[in-house]
Design a protein around this ligand. Structure first.
Ligand SMILES: NC(=O)c1ccc[n+]([C@@H]2O[C@H](COP(=O)([O-])OP(=O)(O)OC[C@H]3O[C@@H](n4cnc5c(N)ncnc54)[C@H](O)[C@@H]3O)[C@@H](O)[C@H]2O)c1
Length: 353
């Protein structure tokens, strides 16, 4: 297969983990005889510094011309700490999602047996947890009408029936391929937007009699996720709730550096870690590249290249079992491996297979 990949490394640890993702992608393509070409493009704070726009037109063009985007992370403290900044790196991320119509963000949360003890939760609670959070990505408060002055501010949590329906369809498709259990997470006891979500979901549930549909308030879901994460199979929720709940989900896996995601919709799909640019770690060679590398696995699987995705997952598991791990998940007294060394070990594993 010919694959044209737009690579958006972004800021902070972005370029370091991106390099490892690209190296793994190249190794897998060589192994399976795929032709891959990369188009590098700027975004985030890097692009603001260079051209004054966090998602420049040339970057959008590169994304549109590609089969998939391998994205890393954006964000820089000089913008985080300046509430008056007119242009912000995260606007680039939102612009990319909107312009590519990426309404479905699929975030798997799973455990790795050898990392169970890294979760702050008890082993017996997290062992076997395996669910997918499907986060609506182009609606809600992140995109609704906003206002801010020195005395008041608001963000509008707008959702249309069509937006709710299309994300629920993605959820049902996943549920049908998995354990056939869909949980709609909302705040229907307080929010009108959530009541519409619930109404639409109740109507649609009758179309999917093979799937058990249940409803949970987001506050309850936040609690249930740490009390009994194995309850969940597929969770579908709005933009803001999904953003928050999936960070909580990283505690189940044991590190933010382990969770990949796929954002799909109308145009080119984007594969990215769920974490941010972790600016404090920039250049220190300590960021875990596995979330980025597992995003590459999701990329292959998106194109039905299952064996390619499986080989990456096998290599990632082997690296963890061999204690080839970045510091935040290394065992006590374990050898020191950095971003580069973990990436190189995985590339080597793939080449030797
Ligand atoms: N998709 C994105 O690009 C995205 C997402 C979230 C935050 N951000 C931005 O990133 C910047 C930093 O935000 P933050 O500190 O809230 O979130 P963050 O995800 O960058 O970091 C939070 C914590 O997670 C851990 N972590 C993150 N990535 C890791 C990795 N690869 N390996 C090991 N541990 C890792 C670290 O302990 C870190 O302190 C901000 O500018 C924020 O706006 C961007």
């Amino acid at each position: 297969m010919d694959l044209k990949i737009a690579v958006l490394a972004g800021d902070g640890i972005g370029p370091e983990i991106s390099e490892q993702g690209v190296a793994v992608m190249t190794a897998v393509c060589e192994k399976f005889g795929h032709q891959v070409t990369y188009q590098y493009a700027i975004c985030g704070a890097d692009a603001i510094d260079k051209v004054g726009d966090p998602f420049p037109e040339d970057t959008f063009k590169a994304c549109m011309e590609a089969d998939a985007v391998l994205f890393s992370a954006v964000g820089d403290p000089k913008f985080d700490n300046d509430p008056t900044a007119k242009v912000r790196p995260e606007q680039g991320l939102l612009a990319m999602r909107k312009k590519l119509g990426l309404y479905a963000n699929v975030r798997p949360v799973e455990t790795f047996e050898c990392l169970i003890h890294k979760s702050p939760l008890k082993d017996e609670l997290v062992r076997g947890a395996d669910f997918i959070c499907i986060r609506e990505l182009t609606g809600g408060m992140y995109f609704g009408e906003k206002y801010q002055d020195d005395e008041k501010a608001y963000d509008t949590n707008f959702y249309s029936r069509a937006e709710i329906e299309r994300i629920l369809r993605v959820g049902y498709a996943y549920a049908q391929r998995r354990r056939k259990h869909l949980t709609v997470v909302d705040k229907a006891n307080v929010l009108a937007s959530s009541r519409l979500w619930r109404q639409v979901a109740k109507e649609m549930a009758t179309e999917y009699p093979d799937v058990q549909t249940d409803f949970m308030y987001v506050d309850n879901a936040a609690m249930r996720m740490i009390q009994d994460p194995r309850f969940f199979d597929v969770m579908v929720t709005e933009n803001t709730f999904g953003d928050i709940l999936t960070d909580e989900g990283s505690c189940i896996s044991g590190s933010m550096g382990l969770l990949p995601s796929a954002s799909t919709g109308e145009h080119t799909p984007v594969f990215e870690p769920i974490h941010g640019s972790w600016p404090q770690a920039k250049g220190l060679n300590i960021a875990n590249p596995l979330a980025q590398i597992l995003s590459v696995a999701m990329l292959f699987e998106y194109f039905n290249l299952e064996a390619e995705g499986k080989l990456i997952r096998e290599a990632v598991n082997a690296s963890l079992d061999a204690n080839v791990r970045t510091p935040e998940i290394q065992v006590e007294g374990g050898a020191k491996y950095g971003t580069k060394e973990v990436g190189a070990w995985i590339v080597d594993y793939i080449k030797k297979k």
